[in-house]
Ligand binder design. Structure first.
Ligand code: ZN
Length: 128
């Protein structure tokens, strides 16, 4: 789910995971005080510090994703005709997860070929 996704969506997923982890650790750390009293304070301290680091990390990931999305190329997906953003030369469509590329040497099907294939299949279905 994380790996079979558009790069921008993958960044957002990682950012969310980091936030959840950080918050989880902070909650666990605070719970440590309730359950173990004085001894739990050390545990809570460690949990809060690590949690904070995770939160900062997720902030960094979100910021990075935001910066990357401003440089992303907006194109119309030839498969589902929706507007999607691409990072780098090869990325997946945000909506249908089709692998798209700007590099003609990496493409095995061009947009024109895909369109003509679609028209072909449309005509065959109307004929039968
Ligand atoms: Zn698509």
């Amino acid at each position: 789910m994380i790996f079979k996704n558009a790069k921008i969506n993958a960044f957002r997923t990682w950012g969310l995971l980091l936030t959840m982890l950080g918050m989880g650790l902070m909650v666990l750390g605070t719970a440590g005080i309730v359950f173990w009293g004085q001894a739990g304070k050390i545990f809570a301290g460690i949990g809060l510090v690590i949690g904070l680091i995770f939160m900062m990390g997720s902030l960094g990931v979100y910021f990075w994703a935001g910066m990357l999305s401003t440089t992303a190329v907006q194109i119309q997906c030839p498969e589902c005709d929706k507007l999607t953003k691409m990072l780098g030369k090869t990325d997946r469509c945000m909506f249908c997860h089709t692998i798209l590329t700007l590099d003609p040497s990496q493409a095995n099907v061009t947009a024109e070929e895909l369109r003509s294939a679609d028209n072909h299949s449309d005509s065959t279905t109307t004929h039968t």
